[in-house]
Ligand binder design. Structure first.
Ligand code: HEM
Length: 481
């Protein structure tokens, strides 16, 4: 296993990269030799014009087959043209960190979410990030711990022995409860607020496969659903803004939720740019609702799937959470190593954001192949995190692989469920805290057993939409402990 970070050819397949010297180290500075070859289309994927069909049928299988022979490949998407996939951690490092000026976010997100942190670029992004970063730093996020546990228990306390439900749907409600309570300062009704819950779900409709195949202006049913959902959430954000205006504490230490904090900062005149305008705050809130609940939901769903599947891991997990005096509190957060590793390993095998899209602004060279300016570029996070060059038995769920110093030994970008470089997920600490508290709170009271069947290769049925999700309708049964 090579962890030196140097691109090298894949262990299987027979295609050698071209004999041109690898210029990866200097690509950023030097003029690119335009005669360098483009990466070939993988020969095992059929005619490029049919790539999208294969991709729509099974995006993981498509990616795995495409990447069998090399780390840099080219595939084709109708309406987009060629797409360049860069599948080595060193490539991810260049795109996200060392050569990031040559890659920008693709415009799918900005069209969908306006001027929120997820989408903006340049100085605007820097200012927004500087404003929000302290609010998402570990110390600030820890203040939400009790509120998170209260929301988690409010829902899970209602479960009883033998209940069966679609766990992903139930956890979607739970993570939305947590996000609204901590970020927007609004407690959602346990069995109500369907309008908001449906609207949050509809944000994903922007990213259904047909969106990639039809021009942006075509009003597909999915796009109409997206727009309706976004409008509902914007109205709700506006209502909350008006409610908080004049009432938000100007001392940040007194704010109980993120929105009050931002409104308080505005009233204290902390910034005179438009960053805290109603419109910008609305975009920011919708962005955070989109980015901040589905990702945590899917992580938790797969973590429970893994615990149900693996009695040994489950036993260690139980021993740890049963040793707590009661439901986890802030003081317990750093004392849950097994729980933490279950989450770390879940995010390796099932990264909710399974690939990161970018658009190249300059021509660059990867492994001797030319990636032209203005191309769609993909970093396949899931494929990198399941690459046998970096992880032994990569398709096996093994939280204990993280017991030693694997992180220290790995290439920095071989494990990147939250992305990397300056645009690394701002909600990382929030998500990890919530996932840990939810797993421990629920795990003390219940086992959740999945009633479905794994694929022949031992994997759960997955539906890669915008995020990696378990297929809809997968039932789990509750067993009280
Ligand atoms: C397990 C849960 C989560 C995962 C796996 C995850 C993953 C990611 C990834 C991969 C990115 C980078 C996207 C890119 O570079 O294109 C990102 C960015 C972002 N995430 Fe998360 N995320 C999670 C939870 C959250 C939460 C809880 C929030 C907010 C409460 C959040 C808010 C954001 C925002 C605002 C950005 C954009 C940051 C920027 O561009 O500066 N995420 N997330």
């Amino acid at each position: 296993m090579s962890q030196d970070g140097k691109p090298r050819s894949r262990p299987v397949g027979g295609d050698d990269p071209p004999s041109t010297p690898d210029r990866t180290a200097t690509d950023g500075e030097s003029a690119v030799d335009e005669t360098l070859p483009l990466p070939p289309y993988p020969p095992n994927l059929g005619h490029p014009r049919l790539h999208f069909l294969h991709q729509m049928r099974d995006v993981y299988d498509f990616g795995e087959k495409a990447l069998l022979t090399r780390d840099v490949i080219r595939t084709r998407l109708p309406g987009e043209g060629d797409v360049y996939t860069l599948a080595h951690p060193e490539h991810a490092k260049r795109v996200l960190l060392t050569q990031r000026e040559a890659f920008e976010k693709s415009d799918d997100f900005s069209i969908a979410f306006g001027e929120g942190l997820l989408t903006v670029e340049g100085e605007e992004w820097r200012q927004q990030r500087d404003l929000l970063q302290p609010l998402f730093a570990r110390d600030s996020v820890m203040d939400y711990a009790d509120g998170m546990v209260a929301q988690i228990r409010r829902r899970s306390d209602r479960w009883s022995d033998g209940d069966r439900f679609d766990l992903q749907a139930e956890l979607t409600d739970m993570t939305l409860d947590v996000l609204f309570a901590t970020v927007l300062g609004r407690e959602l009704a346990l069995d109500g607020d369907h309008r908001i819950r449906r609207a949050a779900e509809r944000l994903h409709d922007w990213f259904v496969p047909t969106s990639y195949l039809l021009p942006r202006w075509v009003p597909t049913p999915a796009r109409r659903r997206f727009r309706a959902g976004k409008a509902t959430l914007q109205r709700e954000a506006q209502r909350l803004l008006e409610e908080k205006a004049g009432d938000a504490p100007t001392d940040p230490a007194e704010a109980e939720d993120l929105l009050s904090l931002l409104v308080g900062l505005r009233e204290a005149g902390v910034t005179d740019s438009g960053m805290l305008s109603d419109e910008r705050l609305r975009d920011q809130m919708v962005t955070i609702i989109f980015a901040g609940h589905d990702t945590t939901t899917t992580s938790l769903t797969f973590a429970f799937w893994a615990l149900a599947n693996d009695p040994e891991v489950r036993e260690r997990f139980h021993a740890e959470v049963d040793a707590l005096d009661g439901p986890p509190t802030l003081d317990d957060v750093d004392e849950l190593p097994v729980t933490e590793r279950v989450i770390t390993e879940t995010l390796r095998m099932f990264p909710p954001v399974y690939s990161l899209p970018r658009r190249s602004t300059k021509t660059t060279v990867f492994d001797g192949y030319r990636v032209p300016a203005e191309s769609r570029v993909i970093l396949p996070i899931r494929a990198i995190q399941r690459d046998a060059r970096f992880f032994d038995d990569p398709d096996v769920f093994r939280p204990e692989r993280w017991d030693g110093d694997l992180r220290g030994e790995l290439h920095d970008f071989a494990y990147a469920p939250f992305g990397g470089g300056p645009r690394i997920c701002i909600g990382r600490e929030f998500a990890l805290l919530e996932a840990k508290l939810a797993l421990a709170t629920i795990g003390r009271e219940y086992d959740l057993y999945w009633l479905g069947e794994n694929d022949p290769d031992g994997e759960p049925p997955v539906s890669p939409e915008m995020t990696t999700r378990m297929e809809t309708g997968q039932e789990f049964v509750v067993v009280e402990r």
